[in-house]
Design a protein around this ligand. Structure first.
Ligand SMILES: NC(=O)c1ccc[n+]([C@@H]2O[C@H](COP(=O)([O-])OP(=O)(O)OC[C@H]3O[C@@H](n4cnc5c(N)ncnc54)[C@H](O)[C@@H]3O)[C@@H](O)[C@H]2O)c1
Length: 256
């Protein structure tokens, strides 16, 4: 695709083989970006590339585990080498398999806590460290991290997930204040319940119905809602938005 909001840009989307990350990568490609998708799920990543190609977009998939500094560096430096630079990045990876083991601060085993931080927070730091020098070369750049309303709220369970997402918002604000004057913006999106395949596997119908009852909206979220926001935050239309953790949740969390 030659014309569109992201025309001529190189985008790296990390942890974006499925769900809202995949929908966002698809949107960026349909809007003209050359997209490099890094994920551990190569079967799904390859399917996404086929879907993008069928829509006339340009994308490649590379294996990348965000727990590995080497793999993150290879992904992001490789994208810049192959496509001539790096303009925008969406970091979306989270280890969502930990759910049942992710209890309260007393019961959680430290291996679960460490893994949550390793993927959901440290992995995002590694992507940031690889991307900033390349964006500095361009003189501008934009990063979106997928956080969660969990970063702004509390629960008696999923302790490590909440901590990792709160840390991610702090990482985002640090990047925004440290490199904003160099033309690099950072923002986080904080979704409420979004009906991805993963969520529909872990939440049964009753849980989803209760989630809907608890929010001032007619429906739960869809991956397309996230793609709308990610595309906007990575575009020049949002040039004056920096350092924000934006809830996208049907009005579930209202903070002034
Ligand atoms: N769906 C929701 O309701 C919801 C709500 C709030 C926040 N989130 C956040 O949104 C993001 C996406 O969630 P989703 O619902 O689309 O689920 P998903 O399972 O479809 O997406 C997670 C992606 O991360 C990838 N991933 C996991 N571990 C990785 C690793 N070590 N290295 C690289 N990639 C890895 C997975 O393969 C997958 O592509 C996550 O960060 C999640 O915490 C989701």
């Amino acid at each position: 695709m030659s014309s569109g909001r992201h025309s001529g840009k190189v985008a790296v989307c990390v942890g974006s083989a499925t769900g809202m990350g995949a929908e966002s990568a698809y949107r960026l490609a349909c809007e003209g970006a050359k997209v490099v998708v890094g994920d551990i799920n190569m079967a799904a990543a390859d399917k996404l590339i086929e879907r993008i190609a069928a829509a006339g977009g340009e994308a490649v998939a590379r294996h990348c585990d965000v727990a590995s500094e080497q793999q993150v560096n290879d992904l992001i430096q490789g994208a810049a080498r192959d496509f001539g630079g790096l303009d925008v990045m969406h970091v979306n990876a989270a280890d969502l398999s930990l759910g049942p083991k992710d209890g309260d601060a007393m019961s959680i085993d430290l291996a679960t806590f460490d893994r949550s931080i390793e993927v959901n927070l440290r992995g995002h730091l590694l992507c940031t460290r690889a991307a900033i020098p390349l964006m500095r070369e361009r003189g501008k750049g934009a990063i979106v991290y997928t956080s969660s309303d969990a970063a702004k709220t509390a629960a008696p369970f999923q302790f490590s997930y909440y901590v990792s997402k709160a840390g991610l918002n702090a990482l985002m604000r640090h990047v925004a204040i440290r490199w904003g004057s160099k033309g690099i913006r950072a923002n986080a999106i904080c979704p409420g319940v979004i009906l991805t395949e993963t969520v529909q596997k872990v939440m049964n119908e009753d849980v989803l119905a209760n989630a809907l009852k608890s929010i001032p909206s007619t429906r739960l979220g869809q991956p397309q809602d996230i793609a709308n926001l990610v595309s906007f935050l990575l575009s020049d239309e949002s040039e004056w938005i920096n350092g924000q953790a934006i809830s996208i949740d049907g009005g579930s969390v209202m903070h002034g």
